[in-house]
Design a protein around this ligand. Structure first.
Ligand code: XMP
Length: 548
């Protein structure tokens, strides 16, 4: 249900943040990566919730990494010339009939392999070991005793805390394997082959609760796979700029600008590459935050001198939303209006051949369109609304190899200011999904003023970077209050602030009481029409981050 909602919204509105499935994408970004990829690690995804985390941890070690489906053939794998392979965890049991398997020939390639959890069980089973169901599933911290300090555990103490999350475990290791580490409940917590470069871990080094987990990944990459750390965003930026120039030639590129990180970094990269051949379009849908249009324009003009077209389509959006209360219907209408406005503006730009989008690697993975065809289809919530196709553009997606944290670093490399690079995400449908019920200019004005107080107080408390998203929501219900000597009957505002890594799950932020008190006092004193402020203390799941 939720994915549908998000999918719909993402697909239609935030075209700058989404992946395309059918659009004619230029080969630009993959060739940029290919050129930098004398070192590429492949993560074979068996359905792990941590596959992206593994990939990010590897990239943090300056080694490029891609997630691909578990069932690609050994030939396909070889063609991508990986320096190492990681077999991810997964929810299945290797002994079940339909358990996902990899091509067993990968164990004969001589490429270093690290199996994590399910990946370890699969590797040991494939090579003659036995896997069994653990009497009680084990989730959480466990104490690892390390028996061998060789390459994988080089520099480790004898004991560390590790994060376990498994229902099965290896009962017996195949011939040729040896034990590296164990816990009191898991005799084979880390193993390796005597002669082949095959390693297995029952615990999760990618999870921050495993102490020295990053060192372990570093050791696998550098001590075992022989990586040298060739993945650097400075090189990426330089190569990407060269590639953009060669693909675009003397043609014109259009880039939608929202003021968010992804579209800003995309625009910055394009501007560095092709300068005056870039035209950016900012559509003000009337659902932006307080003073946002002016802020985006001034950020933009301070940093690039590219052609910027600003379309104030407030009236059009508010007209199509008038009287609409259903959240899905709101999204649909906003999406259609957006496409119409963008199309009308784009048609005015002569000679434009390309449309640039700030698609990120997680979007590519989630849409199942990752490099080399059969990437893991984790969820299909990013199918695009077909904007490039409708407009007849070729697509340029210079960020499609990057994770969000890499995009932020790239933004800094490109000279974008910190406050822009660290902006919280803002949904495509904007304040419409935070203004419950029907949308009116009066309600939007109240919401904007309350929202501005929430964000500015969190910034003043130096907590903006430590929180992932913070905003106000205008509720529909009214409640009784007393101001001065008079009874009031006014609206309530909810404050929402969450911490999350991936926006698929989130915790409400435990903001200090005095900060909450300041936010509440200021909203009630300064925002006409509000007499009550609540703090949203629901996690996701079961709640979502946005209210609609
Ligand atoms: P939820 O509310 O599903 O939000 O927990 C997860 C993340 O996605 C953002 N979001 C959207 N982004 N269009 C967008 O571009 C949308 O329709 C949309 N709905 C939610 C939300 O702000 C959060 O970051």
């Amino acid at each position: 249900m939720k994915l549908t909602r998000l999918g719909l919204a993402l697909s239609v509105f935030s075209f700058m943040q989404t992946a395309t499935s059918g659009a004619p994408s230029s080969s630009l970004s993959s060739s940029v990566a290919d050129n930098l990829l004398s070192e590429r690690v492949l993560v074979l995804d068996f359905g792990s919730q941590f596959a992206q985390l593994i990939a990010r941890r590897i990239r943090e070690q300056n080694v490029y990494c891609e997630i691909i489906r578990h069932d690609v053939s050994a030939d396909v794998i070889l063609a991508r010339k990986p320096i190492a392979i990681v077999l991810s965890g997964g929810p299945s049991s290797v002994y079940e009939d339909k358990a996902p398997k990899c091509d067993p020939r990968i164990f004969e390639l001589g490429i270093p392999i690290l199996g994590i959890c399910y990946g370890m069980q699969l590797a040991t089973q494939a090579l003659g070991g036995a896997v069994e169901s653990f009497p009680s599933r084990e989730f959480g911290r466990s104490r690892l005793q390390i028996a061998s300090m060789e390459k994988l555990f080089a520099g480790f103490p004898h004991e560390i805390d590790v994060w376990m999350s498994h229902g099965d475990q290896v009962r017996s290791i195949p011939d040729g394997f040896e034990l590296l580490a164990s816990t009191s409940t898991c005799p084979f917590a880390a193993v390796k082959h005597h002669t082949l470069p095959i390693y297995g871990l029952q615990f999760h080094p990618e999870v921050s609760h495993t102490s020295l987990g990053s060192t372990l990944i570093h050791n696998f990459l550098y001590n075992i796979a022989g990586c040298e750390g060739k993945w650097h965003l400075t090189d990426f930026a330089q190569r990407s700029i060269e590639q953009i120039r060669s693909v675009v030639g003397s043609d014109r590129v259009i880039c939608g600008l929202s003021g968010g990180v992804d579209s800003s970094v995309t625009a910055a990269l394009l501007y560095k590459a092709i300068g005056p051949q870039l035209t950016c379009i900012l559509i003000n849908n009337g659902l932006l935050r307080k003073d946002e249009q002016a802020a985006v324009i001034s950020e933009f003009t301070n940093h690039f001198k590219a052609d910027l077209r600003v379309v104030d389509a407030t009236e059009r959006f508010l007209a199509t939303l008038a009287g609409i209360r259903d959240p899905q219907e709101k999204r649909l209408r906003i999406g259609h209006a957006f496409i119409d406005c963008f199309k009308a503006e784009a048609e005015k730009i002569n000679g434009a051949k390309f449309l640039a989008q700030g698609t990120l690697y997680p979007d590519v993975i989630e849409s199942g369109a990752a490099a080399d065809g059969p990437a893991a289809t984790i969820k299909l919530h990013h199918n695009v609304g077909g904007l490039p196709e409708q407009l007849g553009f070729e697509l340029i997606e210079p960020l499609r190899d990057l994770f969000k944290d890499e995009v932020r670093k790239l933004g800094v490399e490109l000279g974008l200011p910190e406050h822009l690079v660290w902006r919280h995400p803002f949904p495509g449908p904007g304040l419409a999904v935070r203004c419950l019920g029907d949308i009116t200019p009066e309600k939007l004005e109240i919401l904007r003023n309350a929202d501005e107080i929430v964000v500015s107080e969190i910034k003043n408390a130096n907590l903006y970077r430590q929180t992932s998203q913070a905003f106000a929501v205008l509720l529909e219900s009214q409640s009784v209050g007393v101001m001065g000597d008079a009874r009031t009957y006014e609206k309530a505002v909810a404050v929402r602030c969450v911490n999350t890594d991936d926006f698929m799950t989130a915790d409400w932020s435990h903001l200090p009481y005095d900060l909450l008190a300041r936010i509440s006092t200021r909203i009630i004193n300064e925002v006409r029409g509000v007499n009550r402020v609540c703090y949203d203390i629901s996690s996701k799941p079961p709640a979502t981050i946005e209210w609609e």
